[in-house]
Design a protein around this ligand. Sequence first.
Ligand SMILES: *[C@@H]1O[C@H](CO)[C@@H](O)[C@H](O)[C@H]1NC(C)=O
Ligand SMILES: *[C@@H]1O[C@H](CO)[C@@H](O)[C@H](O)[C@H]1NC(C)=O
Ligand SMILES: *[C@@H]1O[C@H](CO)[C@@H](O)[C@H](O)[C@H]1NC(C)=O
Ligand SMILES: *[C@@H]1O[C@H](CO)[C@@H](O)[C@H](O)[C@H]1NC(C)=O
Ligand SMILES: *[C@@H]1O[C@H](CO)[C@@H](O)[C@H](O)[C@H]1NC(C)=O
Ligand SMILES: *[C@@H]1O[C@H](CO)[C@@H](O)[C@H](O)[C@H]1NC(C)=O
Ligand SMILES: *[C@@H]1O[C@H](CO)[C@@H](O)[C@H](O)[C@H]1NC(C)=O
Ligand SMILES: *[C@@H]1O[C@H](CO)[C@@H](O)[C@H](O)[C@H]1NC(C)=O
Ligand SMILES: *[C@@H]1O[C@H](CO)[C@@H](O)[C@H](O)[C@H]1NC(C)=O
Ligand SMILES: *[C@@H]1O[C@H](CO)[C@@H](O)[C@H](O)[C@H]1NC(C)=O
Ligand SMILES: *[C@@H]1O[C@H](CO)[C@@H](O)[C@H](O)[C@H]1NC(C)=O
Length: 663
Amino acid sequence: MIKISHHHQTPSLPKLNPMLISTLQLSSFLCLLLSTTITAAAVDDNSPWLPYTPTDYILLDCGSSSNTTDASLRSWDGDVRSQFSPSNIENTSSNATSSKSVIQVPYKTSRIFHSQFTYSFPVSAGPKFIRLYFYPVNYSELDITNSFFSLTSNDYTLLNNFSAFLTVSAMKPAVASLIKEFIVNVRDNQILNITFCPSPNSYAFVNGIEVVSMPENLYIRGNDHPIPLVSENQRFYIDNNSALETLYRLNVGGNEVSITNDTGMFRLWSPDDDYTYEDYGFTPHRDVAIRYRQETPPYTAPKIIYTTTRTMGNDSLRYNLTWRFPVDTGFYYLLRLHFCEIQLEVTLENQRVFIIYINNQTAERRADVIYWSGGTGIPVFKDYVIMVTDPDGRRSKQDLWLAMYPDLHFRPEYADAILNGLEIFKLSETAGVKKHNNKTSSFPAIIGSVAGGGSILVLIFGFWIFRRRRRVKDLGSKKPKSWIPLSSGLSLSSDLCRRFSLEEMKSATCNFDDSFVIGAGGFGNVYKGHIDNGATTVAIKRLNPSSNQGVHEFQTEIEMLSKLRHLHVVSLIGYCHDNCEMIIVYDYMVHEILRDHLYKSNKPCLPWKQRLQICIGAVKGLHYLHTSANRTIIHHDVKSTNILLDEKWVAKISDFGLSKLGP
Ligand SMILES: *[C@@H]1O[C@H](CO)[C@@H](O)[C@H](O)[C@H]1NC(C)=O
Ligand SMILES: *[C@@H]1O[C@H](CO)[C@@H](O)[C@H](O)[C@H]1NC(C)=O
Ligand SMILES: *[C@@H]1O[C@H](CO)[C@@H](O)[C@H](O)[C@H]1NC(C)=O
Ligand SMILES: *[C@@H]1O[C@H](CO)[C@@H](O)[C@H](O)[C@H]1NC(C)=O
Ligand SMILES: *[C@@H]1O[C@H](CO)[C@@H](O)[C@H](O)[C@H]1NC(C)=O
Ligand SMILES: *[C@@H]1O[C@H](CO)[C@@H](O)[C@H](O)[C@H]1NC(C)=O
Ligand SMILES: *[C@@H]1O[C@H](CO)[C@@H](O)[C@H](O)[C@H]1NC(C)=O
Ligand SMILES: *[C@@H]1O[C@H](CO)[C@@H](O)[C@H](O)[C@H]1NC(C)=O
Ligand SMILES: *[C@@H]1O[C@H](CO)[C@@H](O)[C@H](O)[C@H]1NC(C)=O
Ligand SMILES: *[C@@H]1O[C@H](CO)[C@@H](O)[C@H](O)[C@H]1NC(C)=O
Ligand SMILES: *[C@@H]1O[C@H](CO)[C@@H](O)[C@H](O)[C@H]1NC(C)=O
């Protein structure tokens, strides 16, 4: 891992009026009490290991009249007298047995269909895995190269004019058999039907069928979980009408994880070596205790997936960490990336920050696993959907690219990226998948009046004192980490503060359309916009030339912010200074300004815990400004309209137009 060097300096603490200290001791004590309980509730260190137990679990050995046992010691029912087969099975289909003795259950026997044939599984409602086992060889004088068929399940066409033989022949490395895995939802009181339909002058066959239920919301997560649609400014929803086909499920940087070592759903996790590009990467492995959380429950993926990773090693600035996956053109694909920090060096936010590219488009900037998860050994996953098209319309197969690169814009401590696991699904064409435009939310002025906020500020400064005392103790063992100038060896000026053209700003905001306005003040309007082909949402502050906030404030704000990087200070992305326009581009904060959550708004009342966490955050931000730079930065305009809140309600100090450098 490349460590980015930074200056070591002992921050000087701000001097405080002793009167202020004594009047605020009570509140800091109160905060101390409350903050302890908040931390305890946030991470459950001893989450129990709870693998999932499927409510439906069916293994049907097709063509077999007896019950059998496979290599994993799972027992299969023969389909001849099975409750899932039609009673006239022996008159509507035929069975065959492979002469090869090495072949295992369920591949040994097969059922052959010359006309439409349906198995019916009376299962509970909810999402199910359907796994179909195929061993494509000549059975009973039938030429396997003539087998083409379709497969439907309830409303879904899962396979169309499918040839198991051609599919296996095209696979590299060569294999003899294959398993097709699908996810379909069974509605209330519905029977799961699986229907084979041979193409004209052809026949269908199957060796085994597996049906396993899965937790609701594991993959089909509905309208509460919008998924970013890469390179389009849209959200994607995978609902009960969608069917998915699993294409790849990888234990990145690790070995195969067998079906019996999965979390109860018998998913197979393969190594990723066949898909890495040019053998790059480094695969650290460490047996840390994995702590599942509510958002990433224990069934998400087995622990072993998280203890192995692929990272960039020592070459990280020279290349992208890259994988390639052959897929069919013309479909939407769901990518689920599993992350977990396990390396000793990375325990804090902003130590390893990277960009995720999918098919050469930016899918995520500022990927920071510790920020997402909350700590070492806590797993987290991120979903993305992408449409794979072929502009020429000539190729039916192409490669889906996944790549990662350090995001130096945020001045992380290490230049590196990480991935622990990966699942790729093809989404059904017929699925009722909805696309919605990102709604532009409206909210009142970003810079409002200074009114109110007194009690909040009291708490803030109470915390300031509390934090300040703690810091003094910590300094002996820890070096300050927040202020991280990059070493001079790297030329990264354009990464630190991008300069945008006016055209880019216009296209980000539909030519400064009023519907994009999210705030207004004496200086002009603030717009919500999208840059990088929609991958990044930003807040765009456009100074009105007639405003009294002029060139000086514009420059001050850019100069200050471009040097600051802290969790609790709003991030500058860049600026535009074309045609007399003065525009500043920031990270967009989903919950916008604190004031709007406190007074005169119809937004839900903020709970006390959250208010306190916001106070702590704001104080940490101020503390950073006062102590971590070469020179103290005095903000000069701290108020609830200048504290923004991100999607996790993390407080961010903003508006540095009036700030000054201290001694
Ligand atoms: C196979 O197992 C099922 C239960 O899984 C049982 O109902 C059936 O009788 C068994 N069939 C044979 C031939 O043993
Ligand atoms: C299958 O066909 C045979 C002869 O055509 C018939 O005697 C038998 O009843 C049929 N079995 C079923 C289950 O339909
Ligand atoms: C088909 O199954 C029957 C038992 O149901 C068995 O006697 C017969 O040998 C099987 N045929 C082949 C070709 O395996
Ligand atoms: C399968 O059967 C076809 C036609 O009967 C024959 O040409 C072919 O060689 C057979 N393939 C194998 C692998 O036995
Ligand atoms: C499943 O098949 C049964 C029998 O073939 C049929 O009665 C039923 O309507 C089918 N159900 C669905 C959901 O297709
Ligand atoms: C199925 O695919 C084969 C081989 O590509 C092709 O020859 C055949 O016409 C196709 N059949 C249908 C019904 O599309
Ligand atoms: C899917 O349908 C089931 C009822 O069959 C419902 O309980 C569940 O919430 C639905 N899930 C989604 C993601 O829409
Ligand atoms: C399951 O995992 C354990 C421990 O990681 C390993 O010893 C065992 O071989 C694995 N089982 C299979 C079938 O791969
Ligand atoms: C990376 O570099 C450090 C020091 O230069 C060295 O100790 C470490 O072994 C290297 N790691 C790899 C994976 O090459
Ligand atoms: C992505 O970029 C690589 C070169 O870095 C190129 O070979 C590949 O075709 C591109 N993929 C897409 C989908 O544009
Ligand atoms: C990494 O991939 C992205 C997207 O394809 C590309 O723009 C960038 O140039 C690549 N970086 C390196 C170092 O190859």
